[in-house]
Unconditional design. Structure first.
Length: 150
């Protein structure tokens, strides 16, 4: 009997981080600000920070296309002005939710998770712009539903 592997929260987070860096053309840190060596823009603002907020499993047995895992991810856009923070948040939203034209409704950006397929993405919550110590941030939470393929 073939062994079905559960979805890895770390793999989901790494794939979303990579997609956000590519799609927004700005660096995205994982739990912390990007470093000067982060691609594509180092620690230069604006940038995004991805915070994994947990992964739950549910639904049918692994490998069936009804969703094996639900990842809750926070993306915080960081900038030196409110306008920059909102601009970055707009780019993140487009990267996460935009669809290709045509009838199949595929997402415009791919979240490539080894051994998995992303079934659905949704915006869970937006908190808008906040400022502390002269640094502006814009918080968004997303849900990514994933199924394992093996």
């Amino acid at each position: 009997m073939e062994k079905l592997v559960p979805v890895s929260g770390r793999e989901v987070s790494l794939a979303v981080q990579k997609m956000l860096s590519t799609a927004t053309t700005r660096s995205c840190g994982y739990g912390t600000a990007p470093t000067t060596s982060s691609t594509p823009t180092g620690a230069q603002v604006p940038y995004a920070v991805l915070y994994p907020l947990g992964l739950t499993t549910d639904g049918p047995p692994y490998g069936q296309a009804d969703g094996d895992a639900r990842a809750l991810l926070q993306v915080t856009s960081v900038a030196t002005t409110a306008e920059q923070a909102e601009w970055m948040a707009d780019r993140v939203r487009a990267a996460m939710l935009a669809r290709k034209g045509g009838s199949n409704g595929a997402y415009a950006t791919d979240i490539a998770i080894p051994g998995c397929s992303v079934l659905r993405r949704a915006l869970d919550k937006e908190e808008g712009v906040a400022v502390a110590g002269g640094i502006y941030s814009y918080v968004q939470r997303y849900v990514v539903e994933v199924t394992s393929l093996s």
